[in-house]
Design a protein around this ligand. Structure first.
Ligand code: NDP
Length: 315
C-alpha cells in the first residue's frame, strides 16, 4: 500500500516542496495539515501535485483545540499514519511586541514548539498502530538554534536559560513571553523554539524508540533563503539574504532541493536511524550532525518535556 504522511505547514516553502517530492513518487498519500485551506489547495495545484496523491486538512497549531480537532478528524478518515512531519513555523524577527496563541502563549514558541508537541504526542498512538515498515516522526530543526555553528552565533543567540518564562506560562502577563524569562525578542523566540524542537526529538527517541520502533529524527535542510519564513523581515534583508547565502556563506539551498532532503528523511531506507539530526554537505550527501551543547542537554530536554506536558494539558 501507499504510505500516509502528515506534513504540517505544507502550504508553502519546505513543506510544499516536500509534499511535491513525496507525491511525485506515487508511493505516498500526503496529508497537508494547514491553517489556510484555500491557500493549501491552490499551492498543491500550482505545484502540480495530482489529486490522488494528497488531501488538505485544517490545522492551526496556534490553538490546542484545533490540534485536538485535527487529530479527531484524521482518525475519522480511518487510514493508518505512517510518518508525521512537524514542519510549520512562524518567524517574527521585526515584531516589537509579542503576539499570542489562542491559549495565550507567545506565538513563536506556542506554534513551533507547543502546538507540535501536543500534535506529536497525540499522534504517537496512531504511529504505534501502523504496520508500515519504517514509521517515522520528524521535527524540522535549524542551524540557527545551534550555537556550535557560525549561523547559530549571530545575535540574539538561542538560550532557554532555566526555563523560568516557560514555567510561568510564557504569557507576558505574570511571566515573561520568553522561555529564559528575558525581554521579548522575536528572532530569539524563533531560535529558542527550534532548540525546543531538537530537544523534543531527542526526548521522544529516549522515551519511545525502543518500545515503539518509531524512528525519531530532526534535520537542518540548508538555508532556504526564498521561503515565506522571511516574509516579516525588512525589504532590504529579503533582497540581500538570498545572494548572501548563495555567494558568501554558500549555505543556500533551493526549495526544491530542500524538499528532496526532507523527503529522504521521510522515506529513504538509509536514513532510518533514530535520534539523529541530519544535515547535508556541499555535495548534497546526508550526514549525522552534532547538536550544540544546549540542544543536546538531556536534563534540559527532560525538564522541557515535563513542562510542555503541563502547558498543553497532557499532565
Ligand atoms: P514558510 O513560511 O514558507 O512555511 C511555513 C509554513 O508554516 C507555512 O505553510 C505556514 O502557513 C505554516 N504555519 C505557520 N503558522 C501556522 C499555524 N499556526 N498552523 C499551521 N501552520 C502554520 O517557511 P519555511 O518553509 O522556510 O519553513 C518550514 C520549516 O523549515 C520551519 O520549521 C523552519 O523553521 C524550517 N527551516 C527553514 C529554513 C529556511 O532557511 N527557510 C532553514 C532551516 C529550517 P501559511 O502558508 O498559512 O502561512
Amino acid at each position: 500500500r501507499k504510505g500516509n504522511v502528515i506534513i504540517t505547514g505544507a502550504s508553502s516553502g519546505l513543506g510544499l516542496a516536500t509534499a511535491k517530492a513525496l507525491a511525485e513518487t506515487g508511493q505516498w498519500n500526503v496529508i497537508m495539515a494547514c491553517r489556510n485551506f484555500l491557500k493549501a489547495e491552490r499551492a498543491a495545484k500550482s505545484a502540480g501535485i495530482t489529486k490522488e496523491n494528497y488531501n488538505v486538512m485544517h490545522l492551526d497549531l496556534a490553538s490546542f483545540d484545533s490540534v485536538r480537532q485535527f487529530v479527531e478528524n484524521f482518525r475519522r478518515l480511518g487510514m493508518p499514519l505512517d510518518v508525521l512531519v512537524c514542519n510549520a513555523a512562524v518567524y517574527l524577527p521585526t515584531a516589537k511586541e509579542p503576539s499570542f496563541t489562542a491559549e495565550g502563549f507567545e506565538l513563536s514558541v506556542g506554534t513551533n514548539h507547543l502546538g507540535h508537541f501536543l500534535l506529536a504526542r497525540l499522534l504517537l498512538d496512531d504511529l504505534k498502530l501502523s504496520d508500515y515498515s519504517s514509521k517515522r516522526l520528524i521535527i524540522v530543526g535549524s542551524i540557527t538554534g545551534n550555537t556550535n555553528t557560525l549561523a547559530g552565533n549571530v545575535p540574539p543567540k538561542a538560550n532557554l536559560g532555566d526555563l523560568r518564562g516557560l514555567a510561568g506560562g510564557l504569557n507576558g502577563i505574570n511571566s515573561s513571553p520568553m522561555i529564559d524569562g528575558g525581554e521579548f525578542d522575536g528572532a530569539k523566540a524563533y531560535k529558542d523554539s527550534k532548540v525546543c524542537n531538537m530537544l523534543t526529538m531527542q526526548e521522544f527517541h529516549r522515551r519511545y524508540h525502543e518500545e515503539t520502533g518509531v524512528t525519531f529524527a530532526s534535520l537542518y535542510p540548508g538555508c532556504i533563503a526564498e521561503t515565506g519564513l522571511f516574509r516579516e523581515h525588512i525589504p532590504l534583508f529579503r533582497l540581500l539574504f538570498p545572494p548572501f547565502q548563495k555567494y558568501i556563506t554558500k549555505g543556500y539551498v533551493s526549495e526544491e532541493e530542500a524538499g528532496k532532503r526532507l523527503a529522504q528523511v521521510v522515506s529513504d531506507p538509509t536514513l532510518a536511524k533514530s535520534g539523529v539530526y541530519w544535515s547535508w554537505n556541499k555535495y548534497s550527501s546526508s550526514f549525522e550532525n552534532q547538536l550544540s551543547e544546549e540542544a543536546s542537554d538531556t536534563e534540559k530536554a527532560r525538564k522541557l518535556w515535563e513542562m510542555s506536558e503541563k502547558l498543553v494539558g497532557l499532565a
